[in-house]
Design a protein around this ligand. Structure first.
Ligand code: A3P
Length: 286
């Protein structure tokens, strides 16, 4: 099988090269989540690395030295990836971990702990556009084809990590649990300082005003774009094609308006409504 195709694990698609059925199985069934772990969970392209930068800064009380000297996947290991287990075990507690797994594939040990999950959502139309460009940039992902073709794959869940709808619906079942906090990319954009304070509150971390200012300063798009430990410029050439794009692409909300036609937008809305029926949460894009 070509490495540019997906494999499926319990009905969810994954690309070869970053995760394997074994690495997912190990996470699902064997990995021990610890009480003081904080796990960032997202559907891809929703602001995962942004949150990793924020949590790294909060952990260091606003001091950017750690974030500027250690690559993001060592600071906050992507647990189900091939090197995730090794990186997670290298980190002394309290750990910052990250995962894109749907709820039903997430480490079973989680439910027996007090570990905290921060779940980030983003307008799925912006996720689609960001994902499309990312798929062109990532050599290990299948060719996304045209945006029209990718839209079809995205809405049917035939992409990396499966359906956005399933991901969101599965994780939002945790809403109301004291160890689950959800936030949107759009809220982070509108009021980063306010969000940092809410996150500190959820984590039980007390930062003074100057420390919060520093977290906000170093978590801006521009500062992160300059941080080679977070901007993916150090990703090896066999994984990404640096000539075809960059990870820190635009960092805005509403870019979908520059890409989707009126007909594609209507189609998206129809599928969205069908899939999200019965969800009793309103999001900034609704
Ligand atoms: P775009 O492709 O729309 O620019 P993930 O980390 O889940 O893969 O998400 C990547 C997206 O988050 C990219 O979106 C990236 O530019 C954006 N992003 C990363 N850091 C950001 C920041 N500090 N501010 C705003 N957007 C950020």
């Amino acid at each position: 099988m070509s490495s540019r195709e997906y494999f499926t694990y319990k009905g969810v698609s994954f690309p070869h090269g970053a995760v394997t059925a074994k690495s997912i199985f190990q996470m699902e069934n064997e990995f021990q989540i610890l009480d003081d772990d904080v796990i960032i969970v997202t559907y891809p392209k929703s602001g995962t690395i942004w949150m990793a930068e924020i949590l790294g800064l909060i952990k260091q009380k606003g001091d950017p030295t750690w974030n500027h000297n250690l690559i993001t996947w060592k600071r906050s290991p992507w647990i189900e990836s091939i090197t995730g287990l090794e990186n997670a075990l290298l980190n002394p507690p309290p750990r910052i971990l990250l995962s894109h797994l749907q709820f039903h594939l997430f480490p079973k040990s989680f439910l027996q702990t007090k570990a905290k999950v921060i779940y980030i959502l983003r307008n799925p139309k912006d996720v689609l556009v960001s994902f499309y460009h990312f798929s062109i940039f990532m050599k290990i992902f299948p060719d996304p084809g045209s945006l029209e073709e990718f839209l079809e794959k995205f809405l049917s869940g035939n992409v990396h990590y499966g359906s956005w709808f399933d991901h969101v619906k599965g994780w939002m079942e945790m809403k109301g649990s004291p160890n689950f906090f959800f936030i949107t990319y759009e809220e982070l954009q509108q009021d980063l300082r306010g969000c940092v304070k809410k996150i500190c509150h959820f984590l039980g971390k007390e930062l003074n005003s100057q420390q919060i200012d520093s977290v906000v300063e170093y978590a801006t798009f521009q500062k992160m774009k300059e941080n080679k430990m977070s901007n993916f410029s150090l990703m090896p050439d066999n994984i990404v094609d640096h000539k075809k794009g960059r990870f820190m692409r635009k960092g805005i909300s509403g870019d979908w308006k520059n890409h989707l036609t009126a007909a594609q937008n209507e189609y998206f809305d129809r599928v969205y409504r069908e899939n999200m029926q019965g969800m009793n949460t309103t999001f900034p894009w609704d």
